[in-house]
Design a protein around this ligand. Structure first.
Ligand SMILES: [Zn+2]
Length: 368
């Protein structure tokens, strides 16, 4: 599995370097907007045509170096291409944020504790804060096109890092099996090989999502342009927040499981039974993209920790007795959040049962 993540490195430039970086980033922003306007007004969109008309002026007027001018042209052409494919035409593309794209080994490289960055005045060697970054510099990661970003006077390099991660191909290496049950009151309940249960409280998430739903509803009823704009903004904010929740949750789950674990999730893509469908509706995962995203994040982080993820058929995981394995709908007493086996009398918290049964399915998977 190929893993890509973005390393955010804080640069610690000298005052002279900072001022040079700022000039560079500003010139590039101006050049981007100039190029965008030219493309818009003259209906010139291909990199080739833009290059012909703008390469010289970009170099002389904005003082860009050759690679930067080419990069600006490419960025603008790509921006209009993607707008067009999203059905947006007749709109001027505006570049608001001060950002600068740097191609690895062409515009930037790394040596020991310094980044060598291409600026308007050639290469400068800028020190950075290596805290927590060490693992990326062991030669096993591929560096992608980085973005130089300035925020409140501080400089950051956002670098996409790619690595081919190997799943534990040998299942005998697995020393911990964790059942992960996703829900509402608890975002996740896990049960592991030490017979330990962990609950990840979801009450705050539930409340906040209800608030978002309420806001969406009232905005939807008003059909004004400003309501539509606010609806979109609210949706974006909710998505960003949800991504953040998923990020933290997946990180917590994988960190707790530890290296060489088997993580067992429910496969909800093939849910067919009617009872299970009803159950699905009242889940944290009822927003399907949020669930898909969480799954992806868990798989990602699992790969980074040499863990394996499997998704199993969720049928009866909430109503089967984890002790005697007898399934019975009546085992689950929702009202008092209790599971009581009709056959053997085993009693426990009903949220724990799903995780226990998922873990059991993991042991079955390993013994095959
Ligand atoms: Zn039982």
């Amino acid at each position: 599995m190929q893993v890509t993540l973005t390393a955010k490195v804080k640069l610690t430039p000298t005052p002279e370097q900072a001022s040079l970086l700022l000039t560079t980033i500003r010139s590039i922003k101006q050049a981007l907007n100039h190029t965008s306007r030219f493309s818009f007004e003259h209906q010139v969109a291909t990199p080739f045509a833009l290059h012909k008309q703008l390469y010289r002026p970009l170099r002389t007027t904005f003082g860009l170096r050759s690679q930067m001018a080419q990069s600006v042209i490419k960025t603008v052409a790509a921006k209009y291409r993607s707008m067009k494919s999203n059905g947006v035409t007749g709109t001027l593309a505006v570049f608001r944020k001060p950002e600068y794209d740097l191609v690895y080994n062409r515009d930037y490289s790394i040596k020991k504790d310094q980044f060598s960055l291409n600026t308007l005045e050639g290469r400068v060697k800028v020190p950075f804060n290596p805290n927590g970054m060490e693992r990326f510099f062991d030669g096993t990661w591929d560096f992608g096109t980085a973005k130089l970003v300035v925020k409140k006077g501080k400089f950051f390099l956002h670098i996409p890092m790619t690595k081919e991660m190997e799943e534990p191909t040998d299942d005998r290496r697995i020393r911990n099996i964790v059942g992960i049950d996703l829900g509402i009151n608890f975002l996740a309940t896990t049960y592991d090989s030490d017979r330990k249960t962990a609950f990840y409280n979801g009450r705050q998430v539930k409340t906040r999502r209800a608030r978002y739903a309420q806001a969406r509803k009232s905005l939807q009823q008003r059909q004004t342009p400003s309501a539509r704009r606010r609806l979109k903004a609210t949706g974006n904010r909710e998505n960003r927040w949800m991504s953040d929740v998923n990020h933290q949750l997946s990180k917590a789950l994988v960190t707790r499981a530890g290296k060489d674990s088997l993580l067992v999730l429910e496969d909800l893509s093939g849910v067919r039974g009617k009872t299970e469908k009803v159950r699905l509706q009242d889940r944290y995962v009822s927003v399907s993209w949020a669930f898909r995203q969480l799954r992806q994040m868990i798989e990602y982080k699992a790969a980074l920790h040499q863990c394996k993820v499997i998704a199993v058929d969720p049928a009866y995981t909430s109503q089967t007795c984890p002790k005697c394995l007898k399934p019975d709908k009546a085992n689950r007493i929702k009202k008092i959040h209790t599971f009581r086996c009709k056959k053997c009398g085993y009693t426990t918290n009903d949220d724990r049962v799903g995780a226990m049964n998922l873990r059991y399915k993991g042991t079955e998977y390993l013994s095959k």
